[in-house]
Design a binder for this molecule. Structure first.
Ligand SMILES: [Zn+2]
Length: 382
């Protein structure tokens, strides 16, 4: 043992739900907070989420470095065949056999931080009450910085939902979304000021990422599969919109599959579980349904349980996500700044599963087995 004290660096993580990779390039929109981050840190071209490009599957991919099929959070709404019950993201108790966080962590309104993973939760979990808007997030950032400047915690995670909500409500190309991006930038400016004021810049790394992007949808681009499933032939139909999971009754997989493919609709792809593309890493889990229907970008699948487009603040959604993760519009962001990261450094695309190891390295903890690729990120560190 050396007597030299290794300075323990802190980590502040900001997860911005639904922040699309190109929101930085909105014409005429000045974003001084983000611009400062680019100058002072690392920016990836974009972040490729896991499939399906929905929030909850990706929250877990981001925080564990595991693919959807490994961590088992395969959709927002799922069906458990053995238990014969449907459940949604709020009720999940992941069947992971690994605990991922061994530092003193404080999560602010972080979705799922109250849910134990192998009987382990974050040290503190300020459970999400509503969907946090920008002012709440600024407050949470203040609380996070306050705690980080003490020796009480090593890691603070803050979650912002507003960009996703505005994206759904008004569509990604709306003035309202541009406004919420501007407000988010103001929150970033506030965060940078707090770090400076409390003299935390030297020992605190900051990592910012989103979980997915957003694309425009329209009531004129819906596909109703209700009449083609055969209600007597299915046990459960989970999720709608971009991706729909179907659990046929025993012996009815082929019949339901044929019913869907015979629609001849060129804007959906119908997969039996075993034919799902390898690149989605979305096959080897019992929670993945026997039949998966995926809509083309911007199209919306309607089901018996979801006969209309989801309603948001402004009526039916005008923006949506969940589509193929190869689609540019589904891509999110990854930024990092602080004493361990290079300055003014651009790197290529990263994947959701890559980010866990970055956070582990910043906290000097040994990552558990994960699916991230170090070659995509090793150069971002000093
Ligand atoms: Zn969303």
């Amino acid at each position: 043992m050396t007597s030299q004290v290794v300075e323990n660096k802190k980590l502040l993580v900001l997860l911005i739900d639904g922040f699309r990779w190109d929101y930085f390039n909105i014409p005429g929109l000045q974003l001084p907070g983000f611009s400062r981050l680019f100058e002072q840190g690392v920016k990836a071209d974009y972040m490729i989420p896991d499939f399906p490009t929905l929030s909850f599957p990706n929250f877990y991919s981001l925080m564990t470095g595991l693919h959807t099929e490994d961590h088992g959070f395969v959709g927002n709404y799922m069906y458990h065949e053995e238990k014969q019950s449907s459940f949604e993201y709020k009720m999940v108790n992941l069947e992971s056999n690994q605990s991922h966080w061994k530092k003193r962590t404080y999560m602010f309104e972080w979705p799922g931080c109250h849910v134990p993973v192998h009987n382990m939760t974050s040290t503190f979990c300020d459970k999400m009450n509503e969907w946090p808007m920008v002012p709440q997030t600024v407050n949470n950032l203040k609380k996070a910085v306050d705690l980080l400047k003490t020796d009480k915690i090593d890691f603070a995670g803050v979650y912002l939902n507003a960009v996703d909500r505005w994206g759904h409500s008004y569509g990604p190309n709306s003035k309202e979304v541009f406004d919420i991006v501007k407000q988010t930038d103001e929150a970033i400016q506030e965060m940078l000021l707090l770090l400076k004021t409390y003299n935390l810049e030297k020992n605190t790394n900051v990592v910012i990422f989103s979980d997915h992007g957003m694309t425009e949808i329209s009531e004129s681009r819906t596909i109703d599969i209700s009449d083609h499933i055969g209600s007597v032939d299915v046990i459960a139909v989970e999720d709608k919109g971009a991706v729909c999971s179907i659990w046929p009754r025993e012996g009815k997989i082929d019949k339901v599959y044929t019913g869907l493919t015979s629609m001849g609709n060129s804007h959906i792809k119908v997969f039996k579980k075993e034919t799902l593309p390898d690149r989605w890493h979305y096959r080897n889990n019992k929670l993945v349904a026997p039949i998966i229907v995926v809509a083309d970008l911007g199209w919306y699948i309607l089901t018996p349980g979801g006969p209309s487009i989801d309603k948001y603040m402004n009526g039916p959604a005008k923006g949506y996500h969940g589509y193929d993760n190869a689609e540019e519009d589904m891509h999110g962001i990854f930024l990092a700044m602080g004493p361990d990261f290079k300055k003014n450094y651009k790197t290529g695309p990263v994947r959701a599963v890559d980010i866990y190891q970055v956070m582990c390295k910043a906290l000097k903890i040994q990552p558990l087995p994960h699916k991230g690729d170090w070659s995509r990120l090793k150069d971002i560190f000093k």
